[in-house]
Design a protein around this ligand. Structure first.
Ligand code: ZN
Length: 997
């Protein structure tokens, strides 16, 4: 072990105490007094509350307090500052610890991170010069608390004095916002005090002076739900960051900087240097990245169970690395997604011996089944966007986008192969020989040869067979209700599934708010805590979008009976998957040894359909019937005959109703889930509605991209996932030149709103903008209120205006500010200052920047079809230029299908489509082709529905309606819709029950 690591180990207990104090550095805000003071000020019950001095250390530490800071001294005598915390809590935060140079200037207590934070008008004089009271209080200095002050500055951004913020006024109706201006009711004063009490209990338990080594991980996990509920400021728009965001980010900066300074003892650091910021800044941090192309790794799994295994393996490995780094402690995790994690790290070069020791220690952990996790260390970074240097928040955002390595670890490929050259490779991991590893698994030691042969017959290694069984076991023992891990169960009644892929593009996302007074500039607020809130909010969006409980299905079926194995004495493998042969129809089933039963893992309605069994499966299966059992092998090879079962009778399993959907990813950027194909459009609609609600104020700068990949449930998973990944390459190109063709509002007339936006307080007043560009059209309903339905939103719904209808720079709008626009760059790529106009001040004819949300789909009738999913530099599909669609067009798509379905027969629809598509290839786009489309549509024998023609239902003159439909046909939308509904989803026009094949 190197000396450097020894320094950390020798000081570990002290570092953890400092860390605990840092996590709690804003604890004073988790009090009803703080919120009372914020909302009621002088008129409330806590006019002189000092949230920084809830421990009142300064009274004891500072002899000159009364003389030098009389206001604070007087305030601390008021009742609101007395007994804020229980005396046991104070004792726990008072225990002393010592650190080596340069933090050997005094003996510290965890509570010092709260007490000497140095925030607020008066308190910042603790560290600013003169009077730099801190050296009055502690003659040798108090460098660690000064560092806490600097760390807090990075976490919180410290820009709020420049933002035009407004306090909330209703004490029992406090709102918490997302960084996108979407508010929800937060808490009342009672709740805050309850959180405080719970936190105090946790402090007393973990920081009790009798406990030498703090279990920081548990302490942190226990405290998280409380700190994450309470916002750090009630003022709008900065009511979006929680005490957790600030506490944890501040802690990460403080701990890692402390370690860095402890390691470079040759460097002297004092209060003067710690006070240097902006262009004089001398404090730097680094970021360690542990990255892998996670989707690529998961994609190579042959089955869903194997993918689940890979996902778990990857997560476990990342968790282990986090634990290793945080337990030392030497680094703190601040971001994680499907491609790995980022950690705040001390500013030490890669050549430093501590860094080398850490890398050596991680080395053996940086591999998952043959694939290596790539570890990288950044250059020195700054923790505040105003400081000179590369800002840590921006660095991580950039890395999230680019760093997705896939590197192989050769050692894992060679070791298991010693003396096994003639074996085939395992189809699940693609690393080890088939049948390998029986002697490495405890459960297999009683009969290694048996298990090895069994694995070989399934074309996999024992290690993969064991992990696969774990997935099935978990499902059978805990998950029979609610979840599924089988693609067969996800399939719709036509045996089709859809992979839904979604992505937020926050590469150009910037946070800025109107400045105070008469400023015409927006104030940027890229604080690190806020940046983390953005990631957290989009992650939560996807988690909620992945709640498919409305798809819930009825109970599963079990089959019991007498087993007739081919090899005498053999029993089916516990929790292994088998195929039961019902005539020509194969049924997936899992053997549950404990209950001697097969659990059916297929969509029973699909099995029962006319082209398959033809009758309900329960009626098909009879007691006494003998059913063949097959053991599946790898892809492409023939199943093995296992024997048969003479069944008793099939029975539903009580309490086994489940949701036939499989969430795969819900990360800050990316979402993926497998759902029944026939439900996919409804799910897309739900996601779109949620987006229009919760991101409604910022749709013009935070685009979402959605894709649907349709396939037969037997299509190899890797093909489906690969197609989904290709779909995630959608982008909003052409952000500029969107014409505002129509503006309505500001209005409170909810009849102008679509159903999903009605009755939401943010939309109590709104503006409706119709935008168009190159024949594409978007309708943007911009909410103008905050969550209470009354407060005007002055902070979020701003639009970059390129020019007005006369081609001039916008002028004379009530709310307009300037800020650099990421879509308006000069030749050198520097974003140009551009006018942001409040949505309520947008005018007809304005030309604006707008990031369009998109939607694409692909039917994988063959595996190779996925290669057609590719986009050109204008964001259009190479093969079908009209795609991706604007997300708005989902409404049009649904409406067109409804019309087709109500007014034509399938023969008419197919006939029309064939005529038009044949001519399309002959004539391409021309006036003649357009006329042909029009004639074809006009000549159809359109049926009435409820005594009305389609154009009557749409309330349009026949001519206008016909023009609109000619557009749909000419651009190919009609063809797409017919493909989507009739070919992929196998829907029929109304009153036609026979199947379309
Ligand atoms: Zn394997």
């Amino acid at each position: 072990m190197t000396n450097d690591l020894k320094i950390i180990e020798n000081n570990r207990d002290a570092l953890l105490l400092a860390q605990a104090g840092a996590l709690l550095h804003n604890l004073g805000k988790v009090t009803s007094q703080f919120f009372d003071n914020k909302l009621n000020g002088d008129k409330g019950a806590a006019p002189k509350f000092k949230y920084q001095h809830i421990l009142r250390f300064i009274e004891m530490d500072y002899q000159q307090l009364q003389k030098n800071i009389p206001n604070l001294h007087t305030a601390l005598q008021q009742k609101e500052n007395k007994n804020v915390l229980d005396s046991k809590t104070v004792d726990s935060l008072k225990r002393c610890f010592e650190l080596p140079s340069p933090f050997d200037d005094r003996s510290y207590r965890p509570g010092d991170m709260i007490e000497y934070l140095g925030q607020g008008k008066q308190d910042n004089k603790l560290y600013s010069k003169p009077p730099q009271w801190i050296t009055d209080i502690f003659n040798n200095g108090s460098r660690l608390t000064h560092l806490m002050n600097r760390s807090h500055r990075g976490a919180s951004g410290g820009e709020k004095q420049d933002i035009c913020a407004k306090g909330q006024t209703k004490i029992n109706e406090i709102y918490k916002s997302t960084p996108f201006g979407w508010e929800s009711r937060a808490f009342n004063l009672n709740d805050v005090d309850n959180h405080k009490r719970d936190i105090e209990k946790i402090i007393q338990t973990y920081l009790d002076p009798k406990i030498v080594s703090l279990n920081f991980e548990k302490f942190c996990n226990d405290i998280y739900p409380h700190l994450n509920e309470v916002i750090a400021d009630t003022q709008r728009p900065i009511n979006d960051v929680t005490i957790w965001d600030i506490g944890h980010s501040g802690m990460a900066f403080m701990l890692t900087q402390t370690i860095g300074l402890m390691m470079t003892q040759c460097r002297t650091i004092d209060h003067d240097e710690l006070a240097k910021v902006e262009c004089d800044n001398t404090l730097f941090w680094r970021v360690m990245g542990i990255r892998i192309d996670g989707l690529n790794y998961m994609e190579n799994a042959p089955s869903l169970a194997d993918m689940r295994v890979r996902y778990d393996l990857l997560n476990k490995r990342l968790e282990y690395i986090t634990q290793t780094l945080e337990e030392m402690p030497v680094a703190i995790k601040v971001y994680t997604d499907e491609n790995g994690s980022f950690y705040i790290f001390p500013d030490l070069p890669i050549t430093n011996s501590l860094v080398q020791t850490i890398l050596d220690r991680l080395q053996s952990q940086l591999t998952v089944d043959g694939v290596a996790l790539k570890c990288s260390l950044s250059e020195p970074l700054v923790n505040h966007p105003d400081d000179k240097g590369c800002y840590i928040g921006e660095y991580i955002s950039r890395q999230i986008d680019i760093e997705k390595p896939i590197v192989y670890d050769p050692k894992s490929f060679t070791d298991p192969w010693t003396n096994k050259e003639s074996y085939e490779i395992c189809v699940a991991c693609g690393v080890r020989p088939q049948g390998y590893g029986a002697n490495l698994l405890k459960d297999y030691l009683d009969n290694p040869k048996f298990y090895s042969d069994k694995a070989k017959s399934r074309d996999i290694c024992c290690i993969c067979m064991d992990k696969r069984r774990d997935v099935a076991k978990k499902w059978a023992t805990q998950g029979l209700k609610d979840t599924t891990v089988w693609i067969d169960e996800v399939a719709d009644n036509n045996g089709r599934i859809a992979l839904i892929a979604g992505q937020f593009d926050f590469r150009e996302w910037k946070m800025w708010y109107p400045g105070k007074n008469t400023s015409i500039k927006m104030v940027e607020s890229q604080s690190f805590a806020r940046q983390r809130r953005v990631w957290e909010t989009t992650r939560q969006f996807w988690e909620e979008a992945g709640d498919f409980s409305k798809l819930r299905k009825t109970q599963r079926l079990q089959i019991t009976g007498k087993l007739n194995p081919k090899a005498s004495g053999e029993t089916p493998g516990h929790y292994h998957v088998y195929q039961l042969l019902l005539g020509n129809v194969k049924l997936s089933a899992v053997w549950d040894n404990k209950n001697s039963r097969f659990i059916i893992a297929s969509n029973l309605e699909h099995i029962s359909k006319s082209q398959r069994l033809g009758i309900d499966i329960k009626d098909w299966l009879n007691a006494g019937q003998e059913i063949k059992i097959e053991e599946p092998t790898g892809y492409g090879s023939k199943n093995k005959d296992w024997g048969s079962i003479t069944i008793d009778k099939p029975e539903p399993i009580p309490g086994s109703s489940y949701i036939p959907a499989i969430p795969i990813l819900a990360e800050p950027r990316t979402f993926m889930a497998l759902v029944p194909a026939d439900k996919s459009l409804d799910i897309m609609d739900d996601i779109k509605n949620k987006y229009e609600l919760e991101m409604g104020k910022v749709r013009n700068r935070l685009p979402i991209h959605l894709g649907m990949v349709f396939a037969d449930y037997k299509t190899p998973l890797r093909v489906i996932l690969d197609a989904g990944r290709r779909m995630l390459k959608q982008e909003s190109c052409h952000v500029d030149k969107w014409h505002v063709t129509k503006k309505e509002g500001p209005s409170s007339d909810i009849s102008l709103l679509p159903n999903h936006l009605k009755n939401n307080k943010h939309f109590a007043e709104f503006v409706r903008l119709e935008l168009s560009r190159d024949g594409r059209r978007a309708v943007w309903h911009v909410p103008l209120k905050m969550g209470d339905g009354n407060t005007e939103d002055e902070w979020y719904p701003y639009v970059f205006v390129q020019y007005d209808k006369e081609g001039k720079t916008p002028a004379g709008r009530t709310h307009m500010f300037e800020t650099p626009c990421p879509w308006n760059k000069d030749i050198q790529g520097i974003a140009q200052s551009t006018w942001l106009v409040h949505a309520s001040d947008i005018q007809d004819g304005d030309v604006v920047y707008f990031t369009s949300a998109t939607l694409d789909f692909q039917w994988l009738d063959t595996s190779g079809r996925r290669f057609e999913i590719a986009y050109d530099d204008r964001g259009c599909r190479l093969d079908v230029q009209r795609r991706p669609y604007m997300l708005d067009e989902i409404e049009t798509i649904k409406k067109i299908w409804k019309t087709l379905c109500c007014h034509l027969t399938s023969t008419q629809i197919h006939g029309m489509n064939e005529l038009i598509e044949t001519k399309r290839s002959e004539w391409e786009s021309s006036k003649v082709f357009r006329q042909f489309c029009r004639n074809t549509i006009a000549n159809l024998d359109w049926k009435k529905k409820n005594d009305e023609y389609a154009w009557e239902i749409d309330k349009k003159p026949e001519e206008e309606w016909l023009n609109e439909w000619t557009d749909y046909a000419e651009c190919g939308l009609l063809n797409d819709i017919i493909e989507l509904y009739m070919k992929i989803l196998k829907k029929n026009p109304e009153n036609e029950c026979e199947e379309i094949s």
